[in-house]
Write a protein that binds this ligand. Structure first.
Ligand code: AMP
Ligand code: GLY
Length: 423
């Protein structure tokens, strides 16, 4: 079969690498992809949000399945677009319809959904410009720190944690009145701060049944010891030692199953991946956020641990036969370190020559922000390359990852040297 994968990050390179291993695959296309994905299939220069362009390509090429990597096209309704078009409606899309993608597209939608299904999450209230005064009062009623979330998609930047009441009130007003995150902060969720350690769970679902994928932990801050501003993610590990059998059972019983059943009860047809951002509060899991896709760089540590043919699983989702399958997981530890551009997550330069990839031995290299220009591999984003290794233990996997990460060079290259430090 021929598959079109949408996206251009490390997550998509990891997915492309896995899809390309399937004997069921005839040809993989990646739109728009990066220099790394071109080793797994053919890149096509179509943006993930160019629905008419995607339609044209799918019909011209005779694509049999669309796999959606990032959230934006899902929230914008790529799956709905396929269903509404008589020429596209038979082609399965891996990724939810827009209404279900609201689990990620609207924090308020997600909170209301969790409330309806008694899924553990922080207490909250949602406000807009019409009830700013009430919001300020709600902030006064909470204890610090304060968590403010822009309701809509804000490229991972819409969550602000404030240490003082004064700062929280200022931030709250700026989000609502000065549209600090544009339309995304037209509504703001104010919620209780949960204290604990984070990890993420992932499932693949056909809307009826689901398979739990390996869990992972990502490292969001730019600086070592989890300091400095948030990034898209600087590294990841899977499995997560504190997520033991007992904890994972709670996650499945209290969060995963009620979520999949809740979606079904509400008629929110869901085919694709669900990402549960979790906080472990003294052994009990709470949902911090839902995403309607896999995480990046979690995928780089999760996918190499999945032993199944992923195309078989994707077909099972399309045919609503996931219940016939079980997941086979590699017991080894997988670790990922992200090499980023100087200046990231603020302004950074692109176009830096990348060398040393051929010296890497025993690790996987997943490209995130790379492109071939005039025959040379150059950086093309803030997060540039992920180096991933499997090992019998976390120290073993990390040692290999770091040995190889050091071999890949570009001007201003930076990576955290303490991934896994807290585990
Ligand atoms: P999100 O974009 O929803 O993943 O939020 C970004 C980060 O903010 C999360 O990874 C958490 O570290 C933090 N965060 C979000 N909500 C809370 C909360 N209620 N309590 C504590 N930390 C939170
Ligand atoms: N690494 C977090 C995310 O993909 O949202």
């Amino acid at each position: 079969m021929q598959i079109l994968l949408l996206g251009s990050g490390g997550r998509e390179h990891a997915l492309a690498w896995k899809i390309a291993q399937s004997p069921l695959l005839e040809k993989l296309f990646i739109a728009p992809g990066n220099a790394g994905t071109s080793g797994c299939g053919e890149n096509v220069p179509i943006s993930v949000n160019d629905f008419p362009g995607i339609k044209r390509f799918v019909l011209e090429q005779g694509i049999d399945m669309l796999v959606v990597g990032p959230e934006e096209p899902l929230v914008k309704g790529i799956h709905d677009f396929f269903l509404a078009d008589p020429m596209l409606r038979k082609i399965p899309v891996i990724g939810p319809l827009a209404r279900a993608a609201q689990l990620e597209g609207s924090k308020d939608f997600a909170k209301q959904f969790m409330t309806r299904h008694q899924i553990p999450t922080a207490a909250y209230k949602t406000f807009d410009v019409s009830n700013i005064e009430e919001g300020l009062g709600f902030i006064r009623s909470l204890k610090p720190p304060y968590v403010l979330k822009a309701d809509g998609l804000a490229a991972g930047k819409g969550v602000v944690i404030c240490l003082t009441e004064e700062e929280a009130q200022r931030e709250f007003i700026s989000m609502l009145r000065d549209a600090r995150f544009g339309q995304a902060s037209a509504s703001v969720v104010v919620e209780e701060f949960l204290s604990g350690i984070e990890c993420s769970s992932f499932v693949i679902t056909d809307g009826n049944s689901y398979l739990v994928l390996p869990e992972a932990k990502d490292y969001k801050r730019i600086g070592e010891g989890d300091s400095g501003p948030n990034t898209g993610g600087m590294g990841s590990v899977s499995p997560v030692p504190f997520a033991d059998q007992a904890f994972l059972k709670k996650v499945e019983d209290r969060i995963i199953r009620p979520t999949v059943e809740g979606l079904k009860k509400e008629g929110l047809d869901y085919t694709g991946f669900i990402f549960f951002g979790l906080m472990n509060v003294k052994g009990d899991p709470f949902v911090i956020e839902y995403n309607c896709r896999l995480g990046d760089p979690e995928t780089e540590s999760v996918i190499p641990r999945i032993k199944n043919d992923v195309v078989v699983l994707l077909n099972a989702v399309a045919e609503r036969k996931l219940a016939d399958h079980t997941i086979q997981i590699d017991a080894r530890v997988c670790t990922t370190v992200m090499l980023v551009s100087k200046g990231y997550p603020d302004a950074y330069e692109k176009g830096k020559l990348i060398t040393g990839e051929s010296k890497v031995k025993g690790s996987l290299v997943f490209h995130a922000g790379t492109v071939i220009k005039q025959g040379e591999l150059v950086s093309n984003g803030g997060r540039v390359i992920a180096v991933t290794s499997l090992g019998k233990s976390m120290p073993e996997a990390l040692a290999l990852t770091y040995e190889n990460a050091g071999k890949i060079e570009f001007e201003g290259r930076y990576f955290r040297r303490d991934i896994g430090f807290d585990l």
